[in-house]
Design a protein around this ligand. Structure first.
Ligand SMILES: CC(=O)[C@@H](O)[C@H](O)COP(=O)(O)O
Ligand SMILES: NCC(=O)COP(=O)(O)O
Length: 240
């Protein structure tokens, strides 16, 4: 059965629009759990544009399923993860100017920053994953760092039109095989929604999908519990 990680960042985006107290991502996480989430993902960005330090502290105390903290390879946020000890840490690239995550980590070109962040997290017993483009070389370089998983960036697949869709899906399939052969968990995320998720969920050895913006968007209309339950049903029907 595919594990569903629900990213609640954009519940916090709505709250931060007024710099106020609601909607609370902590409450959203509890409702997501009731809807069938297997994990809760939250991205403590260096610019704190949505998830705040308080959110992370309370989420790690209250979430009863897996906690998956997304962070850049930056000393400050890696230090916070090491102190708070989420179940998982997903290392992602970040830039101030981006609207959302644009690409995957450049693991093949790592100057040591990624390796040092992975080592610090592993020293604290935190499971580690790297957000990478669907590129066999990036998967192999990630496995060489001793991470527990890779999360393949499904953004190009989600944005692809017509013939490009199959090409991007094949990139994900090919990269997924490299991960499986290397013995690391295969995760995927970014831009997945109720319409495009099934082919990715069916990729051989796919273990976990992290989905946020589409679920939060649906939750605005129908509520978080039902929005998560609907995605859960789709994954259960298509992948058992
Ligand atoms: C890595 C990824 O695609 C998301 O998990 C990330 O959280 C996107 O950043 P925003 O949540 O700030 O859009
Ligand atoms: N790592 C991907 C994630 O957590 C959710 O990305 P999105 O569904 O908000 O694009």
């Amino acid at each position: 059965m595919i594990e569903l990680g629900v990213n609640i960042d954009h519940v916090a985006t709505v709250r931060q629009a007024r710099r106020t107290y609601e909607p609370d991502p902590v409450i959203a996480a509890a409702l997501a759990e009731q809807g069938g989430a297997d994990g809760i993902t939250f991205h403590l960005r260096e610019d704190r544009r949505h998830i705040q330090d308080r959110d992370v502290e309370v989420l790690i105390q209250t979430v009863t399923v897996k906690t998956n903290m997304e962070i850049a390879c930056a000393d400050e946020v890696v230090g916070i993860a090491c102190r708070l000890k989420p179940d998982w840490a997903l290392l992602v690239p970040e830039s101030r100017q981006e609207v959302t995550t644009e690409g995957g980590l450049n693991v093949t070109g790592d100057d040591g920053r990624i390796a040092r962040a992975v080592a610090r997290l592993k020293d604290q017993g935190i499971l580690t994953s790297l957000f990478i483009d669907p590129d066999p070389a990036q998967v192999a370089a990630s496995a060489a760092l001793g991470v527990d998983a890779v999360e393949l960036h499904t953004g190009p697949y989600a944005l692809a039109k017509r013939d490009a869709i199959q090409h991007e899906l094949q990139r994900l399939i090919d990269s997924g095989k490299v991960a499986s052969d290397a013995g690391i968990r295969l995760h995927a995320g970014h831009g997945l929604n109720y319409n495009n998720v099934r082919p990715v969920a069916r990729i051989p050895d796919m273990i976990e999908l992290n989905i946020g913006h589409a679920i939060v968007s649906r939750a605005v209309m129908v509520g978080m519990r039902d929005a998560v339950a609907e995605m859960r049903r789709i994954l259960d029907v298509c992948c058992g």
